[in-house]
Design a protein around this ligand. Sequence first.
Ligand code: CXF
Ligand code: ZN
Length: 367
Amino acid sequence: MRITAAVARAPGAEFTLEPVELDAPRPDEILVRIRAVGVCHTDLVARDGAMPFSMPAVLGHEGAGVVEAVGSAVSKVAPGDRVALTFRSCGECDRCRSGDPAYCYTMPMLNYIGMRPDGSKAIRQGETAVSSNFFGQSSFATYALAYERNVLKLPDEIPFDLAAPLGCGVQTGAGGVMLALACPGGSSLLVTGGGAVGLSAVMGASIQGCGTIIVVEPHASRRSLATELGATHVIDPAASPDLTAAVRAILPHGVDYAFDTTGRPEILASVMGALAPKGVFGIVGIPPPGATLPGDLGTVLTFGQTVRGIIEGDSDPDDFLPTLIDHWRAGRLPLEKLVRTFPFERINEAIEAQHRGECVKVVLTLD
Ligand code: CXF
Ligand code: ZN
């Protein structure tokens, strides 16, 4: 079928809205009419050429919409169902079986390579195959193909624009703190970066009952939103360039947990200096290529510290997304404070506004 997609044509170039052809759903595929799609930092990293697929490409991995048609092997959803899309996993490997689908053995192949695992591309433009199947969806488009493992049926009351970012950014931040770090009530947490993932971590920390929540963020509006969402302290890196000292001025023994959303080596190094004995540091920000683990091994050994990567908040979306929706319903996850909607056609303008720090989570909406 003919659809409209925001196509990434060259590293660093703006998206262009173009007509493309999308395959009919195969037996295991689900055709979703996209009504809202969040923009995640990973989409921009991919647009700028850092993922292992060729351009042109259709990105987008926080889609939400209505099931239009399903392949013959699909029973989880039916046409007319409202759904959110998330990352794809195989459901059969050891990690998937033990409830860790974000570490599926085939995660790269199912999410990052720009094609189906058999090498085919579901989107084309004339004779040109277009890289797609991004996170098993490529939802920067009017329609997307997804799979049973990466669709979740939505309750009627959650609007598409709030459901969309649950599929990556929100589950990464909230899950990072609630599931991966599993911060206990009363514990202290340092969050570096107050974007959508960092502020979702703050909401997660507030749900967990953390006693001290410190957020480091350069934009004043995001610092005040962090406070509104439960941060007990905020640090402006321009005013406090020595992050380690700024954190130790609040907690002399350091923080129990830290969560980095920036991926910036100098920030990671400062966070290591702010970790308490037995402190655990979770990293979700994408580092520059070749970056090494932060910190001094002797210090890590002496103080029994842990540094670990976290993908998608360690979540199993079929379990965790309904939990997050319950928290939203109860007012504990006020997603509406993070989301700003833009019409799909204004994707580049929306990304610019996010870049300038004028909004936290951009969600593109489609009729
Ligand atoms: C990212 C996390 C870091 C590795 C690439 C994929 N996931 C979601 O945006
Ligand atoms: Zn993402």
